[in-house]
Design a protein around this ligand. Sequence first.
Ligand SMILES: Cc1cc2nc3c(=O)[nH]c(=O)nc-3n(C[C@H](O)[C@H](O)[C@H](O)COP(=O)(O)OP(=O)(O)OC[C@H]3O[C@@H](n4cnc5c(N)ncnc54)[C@H](O)[C@@H]3O)c2cc1C
Length: 469
Amino acid sequence: MATDLCTEPVFDVGSFLFVDDEYDMTNRHQSQTIIIVGAGFSGLAAAYDLARQGFDVEVLESDREVGGLAGSFDVGGTRLEKFYHHWFTNDRHVMDLIHELGLQANVLLRPTQTGMYFAHNFYRLSSPLDVLRFTPLNLLDRVRLGLMVLRARKVQHWKELESLTAQEWLRQIGGEQVYRIVWEPLLRGKFGSYADDISAVWFWNKLKLRGGSRGKGGGENLAYYQGGFIALAEAMVKAIVAAGGRVRTSVPVQGLAIQRGRVSGVLTPDGVVKGDAVIATPALPTVADWLAAHADRDYVESLRQIQYLANVCLVLQLDRSLSNTYWLNVNDPKFPFVGVIEHTNFQPPDTYAGRHIVYLSKYAPEDAELVRMTDEQVFEFSLPHIQRMFPQFKRTWVKDYHVWRARYAQPVVVRHYSKLIPEVQTPIAGLYLCSMAQVYPEDRGTNYAIREGRQLAETIAAQVSRPPT
Ligand SMILES: Cc1cc2nc3c(=O)[nH]c(=O)nc-3n(C[C@H](O)[C@H](O)[C@H](O)COP(=O)(O)OP(=O)(O)OC[C@H]3O[C@@H](n4cnc5c(N)ncnc54)[C@H](O)[C@@H]3O)c2cc1C
């Protein structure tokens, strides 16, 4: 046991500690302690593999609950993601893990409707036929738009696109009009002033992924998890604990204990938690702060090179539906949100005591006005915009609402992003990075968080020398 906070499997330090009372410590493979900072999907995936390999694993999470960005809150007695979440049918890393846990019966696969709001009109964009009916473009451009997914699939390797911006590449493969009407508003809506710098690789992945999650008729199928993403995160916690690991919530890590260039633990408000290795899953600037006094200045600065956008999500609980679309892209620069996601057109309203759940999502720099508003201000600010988009909408339909914010919600993936990503191994011996911003060439997502966490567990298992038995 390597924490000086905890000498027994169960020790209440005012935080929540998940341990298995049944686990026999005498059976524990005598091994090294790995501390994992963050109980998002990457941290939990790494912990799951390392604990099963006999490592002494301790996950420390600052939040009151596990799940990270895929964490949840209560709606009508059911857990719901703070930020809308689904999986694509080709998200194989998460599906593999679910199979390993024997939980495949909990995966819910459903067709979904995608649409676009443009020039005060709604357009369905779920299938190739919908694309051919998309009147804002002339017929030739509709065909071009339809062929873009096929052209994206022809790209053999992401490196072909690394030196191009998304706008350059999208113009090349779809033409000027398709770019102006379809893609530019989305890029600007999501990335704001960064829009022109976004890498073609980022966009290519979006086209490829969404194209790959289609059924035979061309319609999109998406996956969800019975009980929400939190139910999977909690099943992972259970498996970690069953393998002898520990997961503690409400434990904010404040820094690293480093001695002679080697990490020896992490600092928490209750003292040092000792460990032989540390995996850091928070955003890179957080790790840069921890390393400022310990590592070479150039290295610390290199961890600050990737910019992040924050996200604000207004989650409405309505007594009726807004539309029959699950995912509505907003191509109207006057509308302050980039997407309107009616979750209950995916997971039925009876899951949430009959409430209809609508997310309004906005990515923005952390100092943007919307990010700084109070919850009530966000709600009041949004109402007239929702009314404009859905003229039948009335404030009285809203039975409750929540506003969630994440400071580090989306890394800004620019050209040559591969050169900005730090290695998982840091100059500090025993300290590893497993952060959302290192997911590449794909964009962040729980599927890739699981992949990265498991890959790192493999690397550590191969590297961290075990004491002789
Ligand atoms: C608006 C939005 C929509 C999304 N939609 C989807 C989707 O549909 N499908 C999908 O798969 N993915 C989606 N994602 C992305 C997905 O949520 C993330 O990619 C994934 O959850 C990242 O997991 P992670 O473990 O790498 O990071 P995180 O989830 O960020 O986990 C890091 C953890 O570290 C903890 N932490 C931070 N600092 C400290 C500290 N000092 N001490 C202790 N703990 C700390 C945090 O609280 C957090 O729990 C979405 C994200 C957003 C923002």
